[in-house]
Design a protein around this ligand. Structure first.
Ligand code: PLP
Length: 228
């Protein structure tokens, strides 16, 4: 019988070994105890993802300060203040209002927060995200041009929860096309616009084939999540 620590270490090594060098692993530690993150940290992992602002803030305060924390969940405007001082990237920008609110909090801390535009690529209506038209309207707006404390580094999306690999592949390829379209139209000379955040435990190999640069892997490293 191996311990949980041994399992996490082995899972992490296995996932990391399968990634091309240009793909960054975001280890999604949401709902998992601090000890699990410490074990992954001891195994060399430095980038972690969380989807609740208060949980992220508590983990940030308790854990080593060279961890890069990525916020990957739906973000409520009134919770931004908890993560604005330290968060390394927010993957889930799905409105101009949210981006303005992040800018306002980032300004208070004299920071520029890297953000990704989240796209709705899945069939499920319950998933959040922009359409290409909505993203373009955002990027063309004067309100966006006025923001000085956020930087758009790329795009993010979640595929449909399905066994149909061709459907998932098609959704990832669509997100890659959105990225290329926005890059050409709005960020042609901006080196920072380079991230495509796609791929989770069940589908990250497909996402990498489609051009992912950031995979968000949770249960394959830390085990299945149990929600009370
Ligand atoms: C939970 C979550 C993940 C990780 O999911 P796993 O299937 O456990 O790898 C990735 N991205 C987002 C946005 C999530 O909420």
């Amino acid at each position: 019988m191996s311990t949980v620590k041994e399992e996490i270490t082995a899972n992490l090594r296995q996932v990391a070994a399968g990634l091309p060098s240009n793909v960054c692993l975001v280890a999604v530690s949401k709902t998992k105890p601090m000890a699990y993150i410490e074990w992954a940290y001891e195994a060399g992992q430095r980038v972690f993802g969380e989807n609740k602002a208060l949980e992220l803030r508590d983990k940030y305060m308790a854990l080593p300060k060279d961890i890069q924390w990525h916020f990957i969940g739906h973000l409520q405007t009134n919770k931004i203040k908890y993560i604005a001082p330290f968060v390394s990237m927010i993957h889930s920008i799905d409105s101009l209002e949210l981006l303005e609110a992040v800018d306002k909090q980032a300004q208070k801390h004299k920071r520029v927060i890297p953000c990704l535009l989240q796209f709705h690529i899945a069939a499920e209506e319950t998933k959040f995200g922009l359409s290409l038209e909505e993203a373009e309207a955002l990027l063309q707006s004067d309100r966006f041009a006025a923001l000085k404390h956020v930087r758009i580094d790329g795009v993010m999306g979640m595929a449909t929860f399905t066994d149909n690999r061709e459907q998932v592949r098609g959704e990832f390829e669509r997100l890659k096309q959105y990225f290329e379209a926005l890059k050409a139209r709005y960020f042609a000379t901006a080196d920072h616009f380079k991230e495509i955040s796609m791929g989770m435990s069940e589908d990250y190999p497909l996402a990498i084939e489609a051009g992912s640069t950031l995979v968000r892997v949770g249960s394959k490293i830390f085990g299945a999540r149990v929600y009370a």
